[in-house]
Design a protein around this ligand. Sequence first.
Ligand SMILES: *Cc1c(COP(=O)(O)O)cnc(C)c1O
Length: 233
Amino acid sequence: MVPELVAPSVETVTARLAEIRERVVAAGSSPEAVQIIAVTKTFPIEFHRVAMQAGLMDLGENYAQELVAKDELLSEEQGRGELQPRWHFIGGLQRNKVKLLAGRIDLWHTVDRPALLTEIAKRDQGARILIQVNTTGEDQKSGCDPAQTKELVDVGREAGLEVLGLMTVGPTGGGDPRRSFEWLQELSVACEVPELSMGMTADYEQAVACGSTMIRVGSALFGPRNRPVAVDR
Ligand SMILES: *Cc1c(COP(=O)(O)O)cnc(C)c1O
């Protein structure tokens, strides 16, 4: 059996957070201008408690069932004064999962087609959303065609959603992410939306240099998600 990952201490996460903030400043922005979303996907619930004790109240999850299970677990502890997160949904979104997630999500990052706009507007009226844009042209990647961005923003607004901004994921196999991030920044100006969710552990400094207002960071805070298993010799 693979042993469950052990959460880092609050002191460790606090120190890592301080380093990320320093790098945000070095990249030309400020901690007030860049929100840090702690990506807790696949980590056991203790990681969430540690993150919140370190002051990270915005947590990102990718899988609907996992988010719901974790939300229910933390909600049960609320009566005992335990901290409660603001959930950010950052994974590929299926229409049939919207109902399950509605009412729990503070910001939906991955809305990339009209059917999702309609479904969220129906199940979670006035929800706060971002439009995910595929700025790398990779076939397997979620996100709308950049040319459709404005239309989706408008459709979202007409449906009564609060469209706060745009989201993108940089190139998967590495490579220079700046083209992608600059493109998203230009689209946000054209669409007149303030928020830009871009940048992960590997590329948040470039994202911040291109105007990111929300970085989604997992491993830089919590360590690797898939720790290599030691091989006995
Ligand atoms: C997993 C994930 C992240 C965080 O990745 P790290 O490399 O651990 O920082 C950010 N955004 C999305 C969409 C993700 O799926």
